[in-house]
Design a protein around this ligand. Structure first.
Ligand SMILES: *Cc1c(COP(=O)(O)O)cnc(C)c1O
Length: 476
């Protein structure tokens, strides 16, 4: 039945940028937002890394769209309550200050609003991702033809690695398959198994040795036991840089065992793999080049803005086997493969842009300087804390250092760790308080390039004082 079309309703002007000429309003908006960001970054040292309670702006949209002025004021409220990774005392986690090129690239990425799902939605950026992933994989020693895909975080990279390994081994339908890793492997592996429909006991944890790395002798016993029982193994996961102490599993002997038993070796190098980018530091993760797949998180030390993670593989074709769908509603890819066929994510921003520009801003020397500085600061803090006999230190090859009271009950260690963290925070020094091996520790991550010797000395001073207080002197 024919009816008259509805009368057109007047549409108010919308705030999209003009496609006809440079948009003056957009430009002013970005300039003002940039000025606020620069002011925030440039005043980080005068605020605590962890702000006190923050004010939340109004949450819901109003009937009419708000002016740029109001929007910028709202943004400022959120900024004022944000954690400050640029504060020199921000040493709690793997969250360094952002690189300027990376910030700018993130902005451009948003402005381009391309989609890594498919080539026609991101032609040059898809190529950039493939090329940079291949270059990084080669730098890590994964060989000719190696490559991979960017992912929004290391948890996702690890999940994709395990799904890919399972598919490559033809174990997609086996509910009894297991993943073998060290007792100190990252929690994201447990999440990955949940997503993969496997029970918690499918994560077989091998004890670590005294240095915090997976013990290859015990790994061999475990692999032998699994083989004898006919239990299918999806992958062995070695960790290059454990989350609490930065230990690196002995990758070469683990790789040899994987070859012998025919297992996929995934290296979770979310923390440590970037050390392979420097000839001077590569030895810290020796054996990385023998992996089938590697997770690397440039967001954790190099200052690439979040998120920046990649899954790199010696044979990247395995990704398409695991994740390819044929993308029936897209033109075929002309450059290799659609991003959406290489991983779990569909629509995805070009996170590669800020990695590419950030690495080029640093240069090889800059990358090395970031790594050098982190290792030096860890050594310096380690030397300072080693002079406090009441402490046990847990370090490794990288830039993390955990410590706790050598003696006393778990409850005493917990109490001490809480009080000491607060005493440090009172001096704008932020450490974290991980529970490791059933005992609370304090942990410093020394990747912040703004941290100087004076901060490290202040940390050791506060800690020495807290140890005295724990032993009976009054807490301040
Ligand atoms: C941080 C981390 C992950 C997870 O990375 P996200 O980016 O936080 O998802 C995985 N493994 C290790 C060893 C990590 O330190």
């Amino acid at each position: 039945m024919a009816s008259a079309p509805p009368a057109p309703r007047a549409i108010p002007p919308l705030p999209f940028a003009s496609p006809d000429q440079p948009d003056a309003r957009l430009q002013a908006f970005l300039e003002q937002a940039s000025a606020q960001l620069c002011a925030w970054l440039g005043s980080a040292a005068s605020r605590s890394p962890l702000p006190g309670l923050s004010v939340l702006p109004c949450i819901e949209p109003q009937r009419l769209g708000l002016s740029d002025e109001v929007l910028l004021a709202d943004l400022q409220l959120v900024m004022d309550g944000a954690f400050s990774p640029s504060h020199p005392g921000a040493l709690a986690h793997l969250d360094p200050p952002p690189l300027p090129a990376s910030i700018a690239a993130d902005l451009i990425c948003a402005g381009l609003n391309n989609n890594l799902l498919a080539e026609e939605l991101s032609p040059s950026l898809s190529r950039l991702e493939r090329s940079l992933a291949a270059w990084l994989a080669e730098q890590l020693g994964l060989g000719k033809g190696a490559g991979g895909v960017a992912a929004s975080g290391g948890s996702l990279s690890n999940l994709m690695a395990l799904v890919t390994a399972r598919q490559a081994a033809g174990l997609g339908c086996r509910g009894d398959a297991v993943v073998v890793c060290s007792a100190d492997a990252h929690v994201s592996l447990a999440k990955a198994l949940t997503v993969m429909g496997l029970p918690p006991q499918a994560l077989v944890r091998v004890p670590t040795g005294p240095e915090g790395g997976l013990d290859p002798g015990r790994l061999q016993v475990q692999l032998e036991r699994l083989a004898a029982g006919g239990v299918p193994v999806i992958a062995v996961v070695a960790t290059a840089g454990t989350t609490v102490r930065g230990a690196v599993d002995p990758l070469k002997p683990i790789a040899a065992l994987c070859r012998r038993y025919g297992h996929w070796l995934h290296v979770d190098g979310a923390i440590g793999a970037v050390f392979a980018l420097s000839p001077r530091h590569r030895h810290r993760v020796a054996g990385l080049e023998e992996a089938d797949s590697v997770t690397v998180n440039p967001q954790k030390l190099l200052g690439i803005t979040k998120t920046s993670s990649l899954l790199l593989l010696a044979r990247p074709q395995a990704l398409e086997l695991a994740f390819g769908t044929g993308l029936p509603y897209m033109e075929p890819s002309w450059g290799g493969a659609h991003g959406g066929e290489q991983g779990l994510q569909g629509t995805r921003p070009a996170e590669i842009l800020k990695l590419w520009l950030g690495l080029r801003q640093l240069g090889h020397e800059g990358i090395e300087a970031v790594l050098d500085g982190a290792i030096q600061r860890r050594r310096e803090l380690q030397a300072l804390l080693a002079a406090i006999p009441e402490l046990t230190l847990l370090g490794g090859q990288l830039h993390l250092l955990a410590f706790t009271l050598r003696e006393g009950s778990g409850a005493a260690a917990e109490d001490w760790s809480q009080r000491t963290r607060q005493a440090l925070l009172d001096q704008q020094l932020m450490l974290s308080r991980p529970l490791h091996g059933g005992r609370y520790h304090l942990k410093a991550v020394l990747g912040n390039p703004h941290t100087r010797s004076e901060h490290l000395r202040r940390i050791s001073g506060v800690v020495a004082e807290s140890v005295r207080c724990q032993a009976g002197a009054p807490w301040p």
